[in-house]
Design a binder for this molecule. Structure first.
Ligand SMILES: CC(C)(COP(=O)(O)OP(=O)(O)OC[C@H]1O[C@@H](n2cnc3c(N)ncnc32)[C@H](O)[C@@H]1OP(=O)(O)O)[C@@H](O)C(=O)NCCC(=O)NCCS
Length: 197
């Protein structure tokens, strides 16, 4: 069976969901009324011409995923096998890792990515909360609203699935970017103890 792609989805052809980190029916059917991108006529999974948003795939090692992430932080040089092992660990925890990427289908390269992580809590009456992680847009594609699209998509989705709140940490210079989407600096401290670089 072929991997899920824009063509398979548009034609409704059965495709190999095992290649996908999660089944994105949840994103395609979610209520986007509160999302600004929907008000501009943009919908998942097509944020622009030749752009296709979708869950991360096991095969994305070959589509520049690590090179994209290296525009965010240090990634390290590791094998496809190591990538796949990490992917498999995440896929084995359904409902926890939502890594959404945007592929430029004209070059078969990933140009943006963002992650929503769901944490189960024993507080507030046993709830779930969301965390946004690793938002990055390729430098050639910035200022085209792709960062906004991914952030809003995952933020709306976290509310839709019942998160009581969603948080993220970022560099001070990016506070303004996230405030545009309703994130507030509540003055809490974010502390780090690093064991490795
Ligand atoms: C931050 C980042 C994801 C933004 O993505 P993008 O696709 O270029 O952003 P958008 O085009 O969606 O911009 C949305 C809005 O935020 C604004 N914006 C973008 N970067 C900003 C920043 N650093 N500070 C404040 N506002 C910013 C834009 O001007 C735009 O405003 P407008 O809607 O009023 O015109 C991208 O610059 C990036 O990948 N940076 C490097 C990696 C990184 O730092 N990631 C964040 C980790 S916390």
């Amino acid at each position: 069976m072929e991997p899920c792609s824009r063509t398979t989805q548009e034609k409704g052809t059965p495709c190999d969901l095992q290649d996908s980190l999660f089944d994105d029916t949840v994103l395609r059917t979610m209520n986007t009324d509160k999302c600004k991108f929907a008000m501009k006529g943009i919908q998942y999974p097509t944020p622009g011409t030749s752009l296709f948003a979708r869950p991360l795939r096991r095969s994305d090692y070959d589509k520049g995923f690590l090179q994209l992430l290296s525009q965010l932080t240090k990634v390290g040089d590791y094998s496809k096998e190591a990538f796949e092992a990490q992917f498999n660990s995440m896929q084995a925890l359904p409902g926890m890792y939502y890594v959404v990427v945007i592929e430029d289908t004209s070059t078969a390269t990933l140009v943006a990515s963002a992650t929503l992580l769901i944490e189960h809590k024993f507080i507030h009456g046993a709830v779930i909360r969301g965390r946004i992680e690793d938002v990055v847009v390729d430098s050639e594609y910035r200022s085209s609203s792709l960062g906004s699209f991914l952030l809003e998509l995952l933020t709306c989705f976290s509310e839709e699935i019942g998160c009581y709140k969603i948080t993220l940490d970022c560099k001070l210079k990016l506070v303004g970017f996230y405030e545009k989407f309703g994130y507030n600096n509540e003055g809490q401290c974010f502390l780090t103890k690093r064991f490795k670089d």
